[in-house]
Design a protein around this ligand. Structure first.
Ligand SMILES: Cc1cc2nc3c(=O)[nH]c(=O)nc-3n(C[C@H](O)[C@H](O)[C@H](O)COP(=O)(O)O)c2cc1C
Length: 196
């Protein structure tokens, strides 16, 4: 079981949003956390589109997400929302897949125009999957990530923002009281859902 599972939602390579994940993964590994990445591009497209939970690769990916202690989701912005490729994977996850887990979201977009897509589009989906501890997300535009000879470099404040986000994830993983409260609030959610 990995400490942290990272979900890469870009359908294309090279990917700026996946690069943010790579940097965060390195930071987490340096801190001694185990990390496993699930790249939607590497999963069988037909199984994702047809919602085939029984496909071995899809099933293994879903089990990894459920077993992890924390999640980082990264996506490009497409048409003022997160990618459809990411949605094909999120749709197959069990309802409470993100319960009890700190969740961090990264997104890259062409400009700041759709910055709020993380809040109005992605966040409701993460909450529907049980996420209750949502850490401050990281959004980057093309100007924040320069590409030279196929490699990306972080510019401006992006490296610092990523580092702070990873720090907050590490703190959340170590904060046993907060995680216990998270478990308690999820139980209360379930009780009130049954009572309705
Ligand atoms: C089909 C398509 C739709 C896009 N729509 C948006 C958009 O609505 N808003 C935005 O800010 N960027 C948009 N972009 C730009 C991407 O979000 C941007 O290039 C991003 O960095 C790509 O991330 P990736 O390299 O991880 O795939 C779009 C790009 C494509 C290819």
């Amino acid at each position: 079981m990995p400490d942290v599972v990272t979900l890469s939602g870009s359908p294309v390579m090279p990917s700026r949003s996946q690069h943010l994940l790579c940097v965060a993964e390195e930071m987490l590994c340096e801190r001694g956390y185990s990390v496993r990445r699930i790249d939607v591009r590497q999963l069988p497209a037909q199984a994702l589109i047809y919602g085939d939970w029984n496909d071995p690769a899809v099933r293994a990916a879903l089990e990894t997400v459920v077993a992890a202690r924390a999640v980082i989701v990264a996506t490009p912005l497409y048409k003022a929302s997160y990618s459809g490729a990411l949605k094909t994977l999120l749709d197959l996850l069990p309802q409470a897949a993100f319960a009890h887990k700190p969740v961090l979201a990264f997104a890259t977009g062409g400009s700041l125009a759709h910055l709020l897509a993380l809040d109005y589009a992605l966040k409701p989906v993460l909450v529907a999957l049980g996420a209750r501890l949502m850490l401050d997300n990281v959004f980057a535009t093309e100007c924040d990530l320069h590409q030279t000879n196929g490699a990306y470099t972080l510019t401006g404040s992006l490296a610092q923002r990523l580092s702070s986000a990873v720090e907050s994830l590490a703190q959340a993983l170590e904060d046993r009281e907060a995680l216990a409260r998270l478990r308690a609030s999820t139980v209360l959610d379930q009780i009130s859902a049954v009572a309705q």
